[in-house]
Design a protein around this ligand. Structure first.
Ligand SMILES: Cc1cc2nc3c(=O)[nH]c(=O)nc-3n(C[C@H](O)[C@H](O)[C@H](O)COP(=O)(O)OP(=O)(O)OC[C@H]3O[C@@H](n4cnc5c(N)ncnc54)[C@H](O)[C@@H]3O)c2cc1C
Length: 425
């Protein structure tokens, strides 16, 4: 069969690793110029892998298959030529109890951190392995539309020559992740029956504080993931903890958000993690991603353009613009933020949920609610529409763009399982 994979991210890695190239001819279309080029993706920044039956996606065949998850972790570490950073998991039960009695649920998971620097080695080795298998890579190829007939027609722009090109395949796997939302929007407009549901977006801040405050937790867990229900019923959670890490910006096509990462061989003295509030919508509203984008754009406008807002926790609580920092210093470059007031950005119920979360967490980790700790806004996590993979026999969505995965391990596993289905049939 002549098969195309759109996007070279985690889901594509799983698919390409597993597919039998003696039986199928595979072409990968990737919009970026090469394997390393910056793209909004965790296989190019940070690389925190986890084995858990409580997070990462909603496909049961992946959630409850820890053996597969572990195999994927080993594969990434082997190709990254590194030993991952891990938590000691000491006093785990005691920690679980402390969180529980203070209104939090500690998500059960094992974490393995590779680091942005080592991901480059992974990408080089994976690309070499796949090329040796005879897989063809078309970089600089932005897929803008797809026609589903007996065969599948891919329409793409060659970004080098700026020419529009077409190519036909027997089967196409779309693996464009979150950054490929334009292609997904085009397809869901054309084939609306693909959408199963579209109801949520997570909005919040990147929180930064000195390592010394969270040292014990970082050593025990590396990443701590907790969930909390605020008094107005919103679900609040931590995401992507980076011990001795760095805050960075994330550039979308028309707005900028904040994120964080850690580097294996270069450490800061601060820890950062996201605090995200889930915003759920019901009919008639059906554009949670639009809502999240508008809030992000509003924060950029208030920051004077393509910057994000930085505020101390004390000022956020008081509803005052931050004018000076003196105890905690940001790891984000100072030309990428403006000191401001995030209360002008978030709806009041979101601010309430963030404050309740931080104040309650302080009961477990004293120092979390220190007035000088830093809030960067906004951080947004788009869930993506949940898509129906049963509608077309010859067009499948794998990884985050399917709406069913939200992590490197789950997206990779999704690619592996879809490649195995081809072998079984
Ligand atoms: C900054 C950041 C850090 C993260 N860190 C972690 C982490 O530490 N651990 C973790 O588990 N998860 C992390 N994640 C989430 C993780 O990256 C994703 O869940 C995972 O990569 C999804 O895999 P995917 O293959 O679906 O998409 P991606 O890995 O995003 O790959 C999609 C690929 O498709 C390409 N593409 C998009 N549109 C087109 C198009 N129209 N034509 C051609 N190519 C296209 C993109 O350039 C990209 O290379 C992070 C996400 C971000 C943004």
């Amino acid at each position: 069969m002549k098969i195309a994979v759109i996007g070279f991210g985690a889901a594509a890695v799983g698919f390409l690793k597993e597919i039998d190239t003696s039986k199928h001819e595979i072409t990968v279309f990737e919009m970026n110029a090469d394997i390393y080029s910056s793209s909004i993706s965790g296989i190019r920044a940070d690389g925190k892998l986890f084995v858990s039956s409580e997070m990462g996606g909603d496909l049961e065949e992946i959630l409850y298959n820890k053996t597969l998850q572990k195999e994927i972790v080993d594969y990434y570490c082997k190709l990254a030529e590194t030993e991952p950073e891990i938590g000691s998991r000491e006093n785990l039960e005691e920690l679980q109890k402390k969180f529980f009695i203070n209104g939090f649920k500690l998500v059960e998971s094992e974490f393995f951190h590779i680091g942005t620097d080592k991901l480059k080695i992974f990408l080089k080795n994976a690309h070499e392995e796949f090329s040796k298998k005879g897989i063809e890579f078309k970089f600089n190829s932005f897929v803008k539309d797809i026609e589903v007939n007996e065969k599948i027609l891919i329409k793409y722009i060659d970004r080098k020559s700026r020419e529009e090109k077409k190519e036909e395949f027997d089967k196409v796997y779309i693996a464009v992740g979150r950054s490929g939302f334009k292609l997904i929007d085009t397809l869901t407009e054309k084939y609306p029956d693909i959408i199963l549901s579209n109801t949520k977006v997570d909005l919040g801040v990147r929180f930064e504080l000195p390592d010394i405050v969270v040292k014990e937790l970082n050593e025990a867990l590396y990443e701590f993931k907790v969930k909390f229900k605020s008094s107005n019923g919103q679900l609040v959670r931590t995401f992507c903890n980076n011990p001795s890490g760095y805050v960075v910006t994330e550039k979308y096509s028309d707005f900028i958000t904040v994120n964080g990462h850690a580097i294996h061989d270069q450490k800061s003295t601060n820890t950062n993690f996201a605090i995200l509030v889930t915003h759920s919508f019901t009919k008639p509203f059906n554009d949670p991603n639009g809502y999240g984008s508008y809030i992000a754009k509003l924060s950029n406008i208030l920051a004077g353009g393509d910057k994000i807002i930085l505020q101390t926790y004390g000022d956020f609580k008081k509803g005052k613009r931050t004018k000076k920092l003196w105890k905690v210093f940001p790891t984000l470059n100072n030309d990428e933020y403006v000191l401001g007031d995030l209360n002008l950005v978030f709806p009041s119920k979101t601010s309430t949920s963030l404050i309740e979360f931080i104040d309650n967490l302080d009961k477990i980790i004293p120092g979390i609610a220190d007035e000088e700790n830093l809030l960067y806004g906004v951080e947004v996590k788009f869930y993506g529409k949940k898509l129906n993979n049963d509608l077309f026999e010859n067009l499948k969505f794998i990884g985050d763009c399917s709406g069913h995965t939200r992590s490197i391990v789950h997206a990779t596993a999704h690619g592996i399982l879809e490649a195995r289905k081809i072998a079984e049939n």
